[in-house]
Design a protein around this ligand. Sequence first.
Ligand code: ADP
Length: 266
Amino acid sequence: MEMSSARLLSELPYYAEQAGECRLFERTHASRLPLLIKGPTGCGKTRLVEHMAARLGRPLVTVSCHDDLSAADLVGRHLIEGGDTRWCDGPLTRAVRSGAILYLDEVVEARKDTTVVLHPLADDRRQLPIERTGELLDAAPGFMLVISYNPGYQNLLKGLKPSTRQRFVALGLGYPKPEVEQSIVQAESGCTAEQASRLVRLAQALRRLTEHDLEETASTRLLVMAARLTVAGLSVEQACQAAIVDALTDDAETAVALAEVVAAVV
Ligand code: ADP
């Protein structure tokens, strides 16, 4: 199953801080508390976790949650091998045993039974009960549970149960301030300061558009993609059309309106 991998990052992934979130993360880890990071897609949640795992010297186990993800996918299951059954740890169990940082991306997507195994890990017990084997695992020192979700309107109904939320320290991330976002776009793509600044101005104009029913808006990730295409030789208009406009909408009228903003700004 290629949904998770434990990694000990040797290099420090680049992360431009927005407002004290690195220290908040570090103090939350030191206090043995779990963290909930909320914010729109592509605003830097995953990169923050990668950066902090490397800074804290912890292995990182990442699981991208989806609507079929069950507690057994996280905890583990018995596998049958040549007539024998063998227990195989899931990513959550591996992280708990090894004192890793476990990052559950888009946790609201996962099936509801997953919260049952997360609760005893997220409070003072820091324990994982493995029903199938009868084990009760204490989390190794250094273990931290980090979950993220995007509180955009498509998730309003799903949300997180208050009993789950209240176990987590919460960190809200938005899009970075223009100066910070410009340095991110430049550093991640190798484009010029002038190109990065124009893309950030474009993002700000697009983020102000509210009359179109866009589920998502121009994220830092999309700006980085557009900048990379520009560096790779596409015109800035074509790069923005492909990486931003057509990535954001399938609706022809909305696409025309977004393309007009591109033409006016870049
Ligand atoms: P999310 O997890 O919120 O969807 P990511 O962390 O994957 O978003 O960020 C998407 C991309 O945007 C990253 O791969 C990186 O290129 C860039 N990025 C966004 N925010 C930052 C930041 N604060 N520092 C460095 N890169 C960032």
